[in-house]
Design a protein around this ligand. Structure first.
Ligand code: BES
Ligand code: MN
Ligand code: ZN
Length: 497
């Protein structure tokens, strides 16, 4: 997306469409509204009286052929109550706008912020536009495949030229972040036959090269040499061999200890011998979303030159039933040496994360954060509205909370209590991989905790927030890419923990 800034007044903006944000209003007193009211023969006052547009969130109205304007149309976007307006209001408003024909059919558009100079709102606006208009067209044929929006350039109209550099940087950042989030969505929505562990690994390697991130791929033999018995136990049921990816980005001084990000990469989760029900099983193509967030975060960190050393670890496998598959009751030995009794082969995410968390020790990390579509139970914790997090370090969870507030990707901490740890003990092995239904999200966290080293750690369960069931302003139905904005923000504002 190309963009420019201008200080031209509304009538002089030589674009197809002008977009203005409007908080709820009950009078035509502000400058833009007055100008528009004049140019449209009083349409704004008429609208206001009709109640059809008052600036409520989600409302839009398009006014055509304003007299004395160079632009062909003006789109007003409702922001909601002024005192409740945040950066995310702009993200949402632009998400709604992105799907209006008035915009997708325009070749050029100007977005007017008036006197507002908060870089976060500019960043959110461009993110909302790019995220809202996203559609997966790759698997369509014929006319539907041609549905691309025509808009190629956005002009940001501001009142004064002072401080433009900061706003430009914010828009650049918004583009990188939206592209990262779209990459997560694209990978998540790619069907499992087009994204086997091998295909996925090759794609990661190519992206890493493009963005100057180092990438090492362990194949099944190297994984066996590493004694990743838990990962291998999951992979066994599939004819597709597993992969283990190590990404490294060095944005900080050589002596700075790295932050390690670990992402679950199950390219399809059938449940294994503990086979899932057919209803919604197709959604389990998205069970690699955690790893995609790790990948996209590290690529974005490289593009934004975040001054941190980062490592990304991505265990990648399918979880399939077959004659070669691990059976319920089998006992496997993890990389760390702890033995695990497999109660339920559908609790595979924690198994592959266990080996990846142990592998993180190799890098002497200053902190480790894992992200995974881990438990169906997350639906009953925060639903589609936020991600449960767990961890062992208050500073780290506080930083995640602050990043969540800034990005509107919500998280909330749930505890790891001894009760949950008890439930993960096996009578005959060190651990079981399933603690049953009660507090399943928390017992999964307790299981992961037994594989961490002597470092601050946080776990983010993105089951369900990775999927938008209905369609929201900047989240069309389907994969959301949740976690990318959160982690990039976290790393950008990182403080020692
Ligand atoms: N990938 C699933 C979790 C999941 C379920 C994510 C639905 C998104 C939507 C995970 O591997 C899984 O199957 N977890 C089981 C664990 C249980 C058997 C202990 C679950 O949560 O039901
Ligand atoms: Mn599973
Ligand atoms: Zn899974």
């Amino acid at each position: 997306m190309r963009y420019t800034f201008t200080t031209e007044d509304l009538p002089n903006l030589a674009v197809d469409t002008i977009v203005c944000f409007k908080p709820e209003f009950d009078d035509v007193t502000d400058k833009t509204l007055k100008q528009l009211n004049g140019a449209t023969g009083g349409a704004i006052l008429t609208l206001l009286k009709s109640g059809e547009f008052t600036g409520k969130e989600g409302e839009t109205v398009t006014l055509y052929s304003p007299v004395g304007f160079k632009a062909r149309r003006v789109v007003l976007l409702g922001l909601g109550k002024a005192r409740k307006t945040t950066a995310d209001s702009y993200r949402r408003a632009m998400g709604v706008a992105s799907r209006l024909k008035a915009l997708s059919r325009s070749k050029s558009a100007a977005v007017c912020f008036g006197r507002l100079m908060d870089p976060a709102c500019y960043q959110a606006a461009i993110e909302g536009y790019l995220l809202g208009s996203h559609k997966l067209l790759e698997y369509k044929t014929g006319e539907a495949a041609e549905e691309k929006p025509e808009l190629g350039e956005i002009t940001f109209a501001v009142e004064k030229p002072a401080g433009l550099r900061k706003l430009e940087k914010a828009v650049d950042r918004g583009i990188v972040i939206a592209e990262g989030q779209l990459l997560v969505r694209e990978l998540a929505q790619t069907p499992s036959n087009c994204l086997t562990p091998q295909i996925y690994a090759a794609r990661i390697q190519e992206l890493a090269r493009q963005y100057r991130v180092s990438c090492r791929i362990l194949d099944e033999k190297a994984i066996a040499r590493e004694k990743m018995g838990a990962l291998l136990a999951v992979a066994k049921g599939s004819t597709e061999p597993p992969r283990f990816i190590v990404l490294q980005y060095r944005g900080g001084p050589a002596k700075q200890k790295p932050i390690v990000l670990v992402g679950k990469g199950v390219t399809f989760d059938a449940g294994g011998i503990s086979l899932k029900q057919p209803l919604n099983m197709h959604e389990m193509k998205q069970d690699m979303t955690g790893s995609a967030v790790v990948l996209a975060t590290i690529l974005a960190a490289s593009r934004l030159r975040i001054p941190r050393n980062l490592v990304g670890l991505m265990p990648i496998t399918e979880n399939m039933p077959s004659g070669h598959a691990t059976r319920p009751g089998d006992i496997v030995t993890s990389r760390m040496g702890k033995t695990i009794e497999i109660i339920n082969t559908d609790a595979e995410g924690r198994l592959i994360l266990a080996d990846a968390l142990d592998y993180a020790n190799k890098f002497d990390p200053q902190a480790v954060i894992d992200i995974a579509t881990l438990t169906g139970g997350a639906l009953y914790v925060l639903g589609y509205s936020g991600a449960p997090i767990m961890g062992n370090n208050i500073k780290l969870t506080d930083m995640l909370r602050a990043a969540a507030d800034a990005t509107a990707e919500r998280v909330w901490e749930i505890p790891i209590w001894d009760d949950f740890r008890e439930r993960m003990k096996s009578p005959i092995a060190d651990l079981v991989n399933s603690g049953g239904r009660p507090a399943a999200t928390a017992t999964a966290g307790a299981f992961l905790e037994s594989f961490i080293g002597d470092w601050p750690w946080a776990h983010i369960d993105i089951a369900y927030v990775d999927l938008e069931p209905d369609g929201k302003p900047y989240m069309p139905k389907g994969a959301t890419g949740f976690g990318l904005r959160l982690l990039v923000e976290l790393l950008s504002n990182w403080k020692k923990v």
